[in-house]
Design a protein around this ligand. Structure first.
Ligand code: ISC
Length: 393
């Protein structure tokens, strides 16, 4: 186990006036658990100044205050929204602790504890989503936009409040790989999910970015599953959708790197429900004082969640998507006082607020996309959280 911070037992200093909420971020074999809120950081990553100095100063100052208060290597943990002009949802916790990933329980035990589902609603609905995809495709033919990621929300209403801890345990038991997270939200409720996509990890000078784009549903029969994965790997449409992401990350990172390695072709990454095209971009940062948050804010939002070119794709999304994404397709993760940390993309997630759950999923649209296939893909992506709720996709 990597112990980056020596934390006192959680019981010791709790609760403070604002000390509600449990945080979790897992990566590989490591779990970061935090509790209690020492300080919130709500400054948007981009607040009228493109260098993000206000944001960086707010993070550094909060970490410095925590250090002065006796924390050896304090961390910032939380979520950054899709739109960097929106408020951040970051915290310096009262206490944090690094643990080795534990064995999750049986998924079925938790799903049984879910209250009855009273109603559910998708917006846009199927017809609306397909219209938006068609609109984007026509737009690609008449503009410089090459890709846009379009998404849907599924709202679930339950008869009684949902046990967030139980639901998260169910999600974790069904999805052993990936970046699992729980972030309490200032307005109430919790953001929970299991993301397969790493925007950036930094440790000293070393970094890794592992973008995903191009997906297909996994199949129950092992040989059919293998065949569908191979089709994805050869699909021109998916390779193109993926290449836009990789090229953009490479273009942005290269000026900051003393070394960067980008595989020539994508490989396959699987979750419990999907195959994805994946590329591991690794290297060394020239200036070791650059923090993981600085790197993340240069890269975000990548064409894996926004589109290409970024600004035009963002405009198209604002025009066709009938809701505010908020934290969905933003970032979730942590950064320590040394500038090390990791930020995953906030996907395969939902907001649990008492008896309501709001789930989100999106898909990258390019000119060769088909509305029916893209609708099926977002339903499969919703399936990760729906299954944890004990609901068929
Ligand atoms: C936007 C989502 O997925 C992104 C990440 C991986 C693959 C994607 C795709 O193939 O479209 C998306 O870019 C989501 O899961 O909601």
């Amino acid at each position: 186990m990597t112990t980056l911070a020596q934390a006192a037992p959680f019981e010791a200093a709790l609760p403070q006036p604002e000390a509600k909420g449990k945080f979790l971020f897992t990566s590989g074999n490591t779990e970061l658990h935090a509790e209690g809120i020492r300080e919130r950081i709500q400054v948007p990553v981009r607040s009228g100044n493109t260098a993000g100095a206000l944001f960086q100063n707010a993070v550094e100052a909060a970490l410095e205050r925590a250090r002065r208060a006796g924390q050896e290597n304090p961390v910032v943990i939380g979520a950054i929204p899709f739109d960097l002009a929106d408020e951040s949802c970051l915290y310096v916790p009262e206490q944090h602790e690094w643990r080795t990933r534990g064995e999750p329980g049986e998924a079925s035990d938790f799903a049984r504890e879910m209250p009855d589902l009273v109603s559910q609603k998708s917006y846009p609905d199927e017809a609306g989503f397909k219209r938006a995809v068609q609109h984007a495709i026509v737009n690609f033919q008449h503009s410089d936009v090459r890709k846009a990621v379009l998404s849907v929300v599924r709202e679930l209403q339950f008869a009684e409040p949902v046990d967030v801890g139980g639901l998260l345990a169910s999600l974790r038991a069904q999805n052993k790989d990936g970046y699992q997270f729980q972030i309490p939200l200032p307005e109430g409720g919790d953001l929970i999910g299991v993301s397969p996509e790493l925007l950036i990890r930094k440790q000293g000078r070393k970094f890794l970015s592992n973008p995903l784009a191009g997906s297909t549903k996994r199949l129950a029969d092992p040989s059919a599953d293998k065949a569908t994965a191979e089709l994805l790997l050869r699909s021109e449409k998916d390779q193109y959708e993926h290449s836009l992401v990789v090229q953009d990350i490479q273009r942005i990172l290269t000026p900051y790197c003393s070394e960067i390695s980008v595989p020539e072709a994508p490989s396959l990454l699987s979750t419990a429900a999907l195959w994805h095209l994946s590329t591991r971009i690794e290297g060394q940062i020239s200036d070791p004082s650059m923090t993981v948050l600085q790197l993340a804010s240069l890269l975000h939002p990548t064409p894996a969640v926004c589109g290409f070119p970024t600004e035009l794709a963002h405009r198209l999304i604002r025009f066709v998507e009938p809701f505010e994404r908020g934290l969905f397709t933003g970032l979730v993760g942590w950064c320590d006082a040394e500038g090390n940390g990791e930020w995953a993309i906030t996907i395969r997630c939902g907001i649990v607020d008492r008896d309501r759950i709001k789930l989100f999923a999106g898909a990258g649209i390019v000119e060769a996309s088909q509305p029916d296939t893209e609708w099926a893909e977002v339903q499969t992506k919703l399936g990760t959280m729906l299954k944890a709720c004990g609901i068929a996709a």
